[in-house]
Design a protein around this ligand. Structure first.
Ligand code: C2E
Ligand code: MG
Ligand code: MG
Ligand code: MG
Length: 280
């Protein structure tokens, strides 16, 4: 308060803060409208089973079709979602759309599972498991066709709370995946307490694997770890065939990345059916 009265630079800093917080409030109000007006869209990116070369499933990645600013990537608005009271309705929207889409393409004869990103912050919401259970019943999607990818947030979550939240989801029969493994919150101690079906190696390590010994060692170690605890491993950010070949030789289960396809709206993905990988 003293400083504010005596130094003009502090006053300027104060108004900067005000400007930022009013921008943030405006973004939050826009997001609320976006949910009401159905401006969010899901794009899907295939995950290939490396042994068979077939699409095993697709990951849902959210985008915002903004009326003025065009198609926005999640990095532009996920922060605002988390800071606002919108995490719950946002996650409900994503889960509902992804599960409905997956039920629909399965009815059309596409045997693809779906993966959905859920932030740790939302996972700890009491209602999530019961709401998801009702959604699965309503759509008839077999629970084992849904994978929940747990993504990190800045929030440090208590291990007991996290383990019981993950346990409630696992009880539904859905698969649990640890996203961006190696860059995030997951320690080995936590990993051993969660009922995990899948580990995703972050693209930070996968992208450089052929060029850097260190990255190659990390990816190999995660593949070995996953095998040891009986879960599958997905390498993300696979951008070339040589990396895909190497991943296959070390026993990595699945691969995902621009080499196969960028994330696209699902009708496009379904139309191509990945007859040839580059055609999408
Ligand atoms: P993520 O779950 O690790 O998703 C992978 C990101 O890498 C996606 O970015 C994807 O488009 C991108 N990617 C895929 N293949 C390649 C590749 O070969 N090379 C490169 N350079 N990038 C590749 P995107 O769609 O911008 O999503 C960023 C992050 O936003 C996601 O990271 C995820 O943490 C979060 N996110 C996306 N959708 C949702 C959602 O519905 N809910 C929540 N809570 N988070 C989401
Ligand atoms: Mg993910
Ligand atoms: Mg990831
Ligand atoms: Mg990542």
């Amino acid at each position: 308060y003293e400083a504010k009265r005596s130094g003009s630079s502090v006053v300027v800093w104060g108004s900067e803060l005000d400007r930022h917080s009013s921008q943030r409030l405006a973004l939050q109000a826009e997001l609320r409208r976006a949910l009401e007006r159905d401006e969010l869209v899901l794009h899907y990116q295939p995950q290939l089973d490396l042994a068979s070369g077939r699409v095993a499933g697709v990951e849902a990645l959210v985008r915002w079709q903004h009326p003025e600013r065009g198609l926005l990537p999640p990095a532009e608005f996920l922060g605002a979602v988390e800071q606002s009271g919108l995490v719950d309705p946002f996650t409900s929207w994503v889960l509902t759309r992804a599960v409905q889409d997956c039920a629909r393409w399965r009815a059309e004869g596409l045997d693809w599972a779906v993966s959905v990103n859920v932030s740790v912050r939302n996972l700890v919401c009491d209602e999530l498991a019961s709401r998801l259970g009702r959604l699965l019943e309503r759509t008839g999607l077999p629970p084992d066709q849904l994978t929940i990818e747990i993504t990190e947030t800045a929030l440090a979550t208590d291990a007991d709370v996290l383990a019981s939240a993950v346990g409630a989801l696992a009880d539904l029969g859905v698969d649990i995946s640890i996203d961006d493994f190696g860059t995030g919150f997951t320690t080995f101690a936590l990993l051993s307490r969660l009922r995990v079906n899948e580990i995703k190696v972050d693209r930070e390590f996968v992208g450089g694997a052929l060029a850097r010994d260190e990255d190659r060692a990390i990816v190999s170690a995660v593949v070995g770890l996953a095998g040891g605890i009986g879960c599958r491993v997905v390498a993300e950010g696979v951008e070339d065939g040589a990396t895909a070949d190497w991943l296959r030789t070390i026993g990595c289960t699945r691969a995902q990345g621009y080499h196969y396809s960028r994330p696209v709206p699902w009708p496009e993905l379904a139309a191509a059916r990945l007859g040839s990988p580059q055609s999408v």
